[in-house]
Design a protein around this ligand. Structure first.
Ligand code: NDP
Ligand code: 2IT
Length: 444
């Protein structure tokens, strides 16, 4: 049995109740086969893959808080510190009722390779809780965040582990978390990213994941002799990533016609009015349905089904496994020729394989959405030098990073004999730096 197959069999046995984690590991290991085979002896001797698939540390803790009715609520909090070979653990915190160890391990594992691809010195981690911020008052969210940080603070730090936002964690939550960290430790340091602009946040971090997605999409299209202007785009989700992907796609002259949330999706053939979406989602914390109530040209459709809306380009920006093989086939049948993933692992493995085998221009998550964490690393740099850069400076660096990621990914794919397969390219390019650093640092 090959080294890769052996390791996957071990991982599958050891983590049999963690389907999302197994899915992420399987995709990466399959892609790495060509490079692992070339160096199999060295990697085996160093137990490289065995170490890579095991988080350095998982912290799990009780998060008690009191709701507005005076009742005690208890959630489970986590931080998965996956790999620190190339820098301090870095990755978001997710607050969603579905959060469990499998989901956070898959996200932490992906983050290791994504962070490596950015070219910046950041290791991989992820955390969160099964707390559901939906329908909670600001005071309840604050009580939860303060309790969560009261445990987490002892495990993180500006040079050790730097959390940020993810699903359910935006500026409000980062503010409450930061305030509590500072209160307990007495340190005013860059321990979180995605901070507000008045207390150490970076300009363009809020926009970075969505903008970065469009920068790499644009580069992928250009290299295929195509362009974004005039194309019809469907984007799933209507949160941080979806909103700023929509904004930048529109700036490039694309027509975004659909957005969604976990209840359903809207279609506006006239093109999405983004100011209204921002008002509904960022200010009122409402449902996407309200858009169709307010706009005559728009329709609302309950449930899944956004991938049945005909488009040239699809940008899944909501959550994992939101796009399956049937959806992928439907997209292709309707003429979709490019897919770039704003969300983490939004496509199931068979959908991913379908995109690749059908020759769709397909940029997988760990390359496509790396702009968020890359800009977080830029926030860390600004905090370290106690400076803040202008929006234009940060945005220019972000663009550069995304264009670089495209070329690293495309080059690695070609080098492995899989030209145009950006899944192989992103996994191999992300792997190489982490592998070298791990080998250099000995068995740890
Ligand atoms: P937000 O919480 O801002 O928005 C999430 C969006 O996805 C909402 O519209 C939400 O709908 C929808 N959604 C969430 N869970 C589900 C679900 N189970 N089924 C259907 N829809 C769902 O999160 P972000 O925009 O920050 O994150 C979106 C994706 O992007 C995630 O996969 C995240 O890991 C990834 N990502 C985020 C980065 C960042 O910087 N924020 C960086 C890189 C990747 P509803 O409101 O109804 O729940
Ligand atoms: O999935 C991701 O890359 C994020 N949620 C952003 C992580 C970060 O540290 O900015």
């Amino acid at each position: 049995m090959s080294y890769v197959d052996e390791i996957y069999a071990q991982v599958a046995k050891k983590n049999e109740h963690e389907p999302e984690f197994l899915q992420a590991v399987k995709e990466v290991l399959e892609s790495l086969k060509p490079v692992i085979e070339q160096n199999e002896e060295t990697y085996r001797k160093a137990g490289l893959l065995e170490r890579m698939v095991e988080p350095e540390r998982i912290i799990s803790f009780r998060v008690p808080w009191v709701d507005d009715a005076g009742n005690v609520q208890v959630n489970r909090g986590y931080r998965v510190q996956f790999n620190s070979a190339i820098g301090p653990y870095k990755g978001g915190l997710r607050l969603h009722p579905s959060v469990n160890q499998s989901i956070l391990k898959f996200l932490g594992f992906e983050q290791v390779f994504k962070n490596s691809l950015t070219g910046l010195p950041i290791g991989g981690g992820k955390g969160g809780s099964d707390f559901d911020p939906k329908g909670k008052s600001d005071r309840e969210v604050m009580a939860f965040c303060q309790s969560f940080m009261t445990e987490l603070y002892r495990h993180i730090g500006a040079d050790c582990d730097v959390p940020a936002g993810d699903i359910g964690v935006g500026g409000r939550e980062i503010g409450y978390l930061y305030g509590q960290y500072k209160r307990i430790t007495g340190l005013y340091e860059g321990v979180l990213t995605g901070k507000g602009l008045t207390y150490g946040g970076s300009l363009a971090r809020k926009e970075a994941t969505g903008y970065g997605l469009i920068y790499i999409l644009d580069e992928m299209l250009k290299n295929a002799g195509k362009e974004l202007a005039g194309k019809t785009v469907v984007i799933s989700g209507s949160g941080n990533v979806a909103i700023y992907a929509c904004e930048k796609a529109q700036e490039h002259g694309a027509k975004v016609i659909a957005l969604s949330d976990s209840n359903g999706y809207i279609v506006d053939p006239e093109g999405i009015q983004l100011d209204l979406v921002k008002e509904i989602k960022e200010v009122k914390r409402g449902r996407i349905k309200e858009y169709a109530d307010a706009v005559a040209s728009a329709s609302y459709h309950e449930g899944k089904g956004i991938w049945s809306v005909p488009c040239d380009i699809a940008l899944p920006c909501a959550t994992q496994n939101e796009l399956n093989l049937e959806d992928a086939q439907c997209l292709k049948k309707n003429g979709c020729f490019a897919v770039a993933e704003g969300a983490n692992m939004p496509s199931t493995l068979d959908a991913t394989n379908y995109f690749v085998s059908e020759g769709i221009l397909y940029m997988p998550a760990k390359a496509a959405n790396a702009g968020g964490v890359a800009t977080s690393a830029l926030e860390m740099s600004q905090n370290s030098e106690r400076q803040s850069w202008t929006f234009a400076e940060v945005d220019a660096k972000l663009k550069d990073i995304m264009v670089n990621i495209y070329h690293k990914t495309a080059d690695a794919a070609k080098r492995c004999g899989h030209e145009g397969n950006f899944v192989v390219g992103a996994n191999v390019a992300g792997f190489e730096k982490v592998a070298d650093a791990m080998l250099a640092q000995g068995i740890c």
